[in-house]
Design a protein around this ligand. Structure first.
Ligand SMILES: Cc1ncc(COP(=O)(O)O)c(C=O)c1O
Length: 398
C-alpha cells in the first residue's frame, strides 16, 4: 500500500488531531489498530542484532517501540507543535522521566509553589534523595524566579494555569529567563491542553502531560507524555528504554481517540466553566472564585492573550472552613466526588485533604490552598443541571 509521509504542520489543529500518526498497515484498516504485543519478531538473527544496535529502524520490544504508542506520540507532538513526543505510564512518570533524563545529581530546579501536590512531593521528597534540589517561588513573580536561579539551576518548572488556584504565568517571559540562564523551561500543560495553549510556541523547551486528564477526557486510563525537540526526545526515549515507565498500547489507543475530539471538548468545557464561575461569584456563601475567564482574575488579560479559552477547572472558597467546604461537597448529588479532573463528568474535590494532602501544611500554605477551598472540574453535562446540583451545596452553607 502506498504510504504517504506527511508534514502535519500543513494541516489545521482539528485535522492533525484526527489524522496524524496513523500509518495504515497492509490490512487497510480505517480505524487505528491496537498492537497488543510485548515483542516483535525478526526475519533472522542478523536483523535482530541490527535492530538492537540501532542500525536498522523497526520495532523491538514494547517497552520502547510499539506502533500504537508511536501513533499517539506522533499525534500529540503534531498538536503541541513539538518535534518529538515520548509517552509514559502516568503524568507523574512524565515529570520523573524528564528530570531523570535531563538532570544529574547536584543540579537545581526552580519550580512554582502552585503545583499539583504529587509534583511538589516528587521534588521535595524523592528527587532530594538523588541530590536534586528545588526552590519554590511564586508562579506569577518574575523577579522571584530570577532571584532563585543559581549557577546550578538547570530547569524551571511550572503549570499554567496552575491547579487548583488558576494563577497564570507569562510563558514567553519565563522562556526568555530560562534561555538567558541556560535552563530548560518545562510546562505542565494539563489544565489547557494544546487545544487551548501551546507552550512550545511561546518558547518553552518541554511540555509534560498527564494524559489521564483532558487528553483522554473520559476518565478511563492513566498515562503521560513529554513533548520537545529531537534532543529532548532522544534523552527521554533512552531513559524509557532503560528504566521502563512506558505507556501500554491499549492506553495509547484510548488517548489517541481522545485527541480526536479534544478541540471540541476543551471549548465546551470552557463554556460551561465560564458560566458556572460567573454564576458562583453572585452566590451568597461564596467568598472567592478562581477562574482565569473572570475579568476580576489578576491575570485575566495575560490568560486571554496566551490561551484560546480559559479551560474547565475552577475553584472557590466558601465562607467558613473545612467543615463548610465538606458540607457543600457532601450536599451535591450529581457531580462526582472524586479527585480526578478533565472528564466529561463534572468532579468535585477538597484539595487540602485530597490532591494536596501529602505535600504538607507548609507547601499548602505557600500554594495558597486553604481549608475552605473546593475545586470543580467542569464537565459537559447541561449547565442548568450543574447549577441545580451546586445549589444543593450552597443551601448546605445556610
Ligand atoms: C497538573 C497535573 N500534573 C500531573 C498530574 C499527575 O498525573 P497522573 O495522575 O496521570 O500521574 C496531575 C494529576 O492530577 C495533575 O493535575
Amino acid at each position: 500500500m502506498k504510504e504517504i509521509k506527511r508534514d502535519w504542520r500543513e494541516f489545521a489543529f482539528r485535522t492533525r488531531a484526527i489524522r496524524a500518526g496513523h500509518e495504515r498497515t497492509p490490512e487497510g484498516e480505517h480505524a487505528e489498530p491496537i498492537f497488543t504485543t510485548s515483542s516483535f519478531v525478526f526475519k533472522d538473527a542478523a536483523q535482530a542484532a541490527a535492530r538492537f544496535a540501532d542500525e536498522e529502524p523497526g520495532n523491538v520490544y514494547s517497552r520502547f517501540t510499539n506502533p500504537t504508542v508511536r501513533m499517539f506520540e506522533q499525534r500529540l507532538a503534531a498538536l503541541e507543535e513539538g518535534e518529538r513526543c515520548v509517552a509514559t505510564s502516568s503524568g507523574m512518570s512524565s515529570i520523573l522521566a524528564t528530570c531523570m533524563a535531563l538532570l544529574k545529581a547536584g543540579d537545581h530546579i526552580v519550580a512554582a509553589s502552585s503545583l499539583f501536590g504529587a509534583t511538589i512531593s516528587l521534588f521535595n521528597n524523592v528527587l532530594t534523595r538523588f541530590n536534586l534540589t528545588t526552590t519554590f517561588v511564586s508562579l506569577t513573580d518574575l523577579d522571584a524566579w530570577r532571584q532563585a536561579i543559581t549557577s546550578a539551576t538547570r530547569m524551571l518548572f511550572l503549570e499554567t494555569p496552575a491547579n487548583p488556584l488558576a494563577e497564570v504565568a507569562d510563558i514567553a517571559a519565563l522562556a526568555e529567563l530560562a534561555r538567558t540562564h541556560n535552563c530548560l523551561l518545562v510546562v505542565d500543560n494539563v489544565y489547557c491542553t494544546p487545544a487551548l495553549q501551546r507552550p512550545l510556541t511561546f518558547g518553552a523547551d518541554i511540555v509534560v502531560h498527564s494524559a489521564t486528564k483532558f487528553l483522554d477526557g473520559q476518565g478511563r486510563c492513566i498515562g503521560g507524555a513529554v513533548v520537545g525537540n529531537e534532543a529532548v526526545g532522544n534523552a527521554l526515549f533512552g531513559f524509557l528504554r532503560t528504566a521502563g515507565p512506558s505507556m501500554s498500547p491499549f492506553n495509547a489507543w484510548v488517548f489517541a481517540k481522545g485527541l480526536e475530539t479534544l478541540d471540541l471538548r476543551m471549548h465546551a468545557h470552557s463554556r460551561n466553566a465560564q458560566q458556572l464561575a460567573e454564576w458562583l461569584t453572585t452566590q451568597r456563601g461564596i467568598k472567592h472564585v478562581y477562574y482565569p475567564g473572570l475579568t476580576s482574575h489578576p491575570q485575566h488579560e495575560l490568560a486571554t492573550r496566551q490561551q484560546k479559552a480559559h479551560g474547565g477547572l475552577l475553584s472557590f472558597e466558601v465562607d467558613g472552613d473545612r467543615k463548610e467546604a465538606w458540607a457543600f461537597i457532601d450536599a451535591t448529588e450529581l457531580v462526582s466526588k472524586t479527585a480526578n479532573l478533565g472528564d466529561v463528568k463534572t468532579t468535585i474535590t477538597h484539595p487540602s485533604t485530597t490532591t494536596h494532602h501529602r505535600c504538607g501544611p507548609e507547601a499548602r500554605a505557600k500554594a495558597g490552598i486553604k481549608e475552605s477551598l473546593i475545586r470543580i472540574s467542569v464537565g459537559l453535562e447541561d449547565i442548568d443541571d450543574l447549577k441545580q446540583d451546586l445549589q444543593r451545596g450552597l443551601n448546605a452553607l445556610r
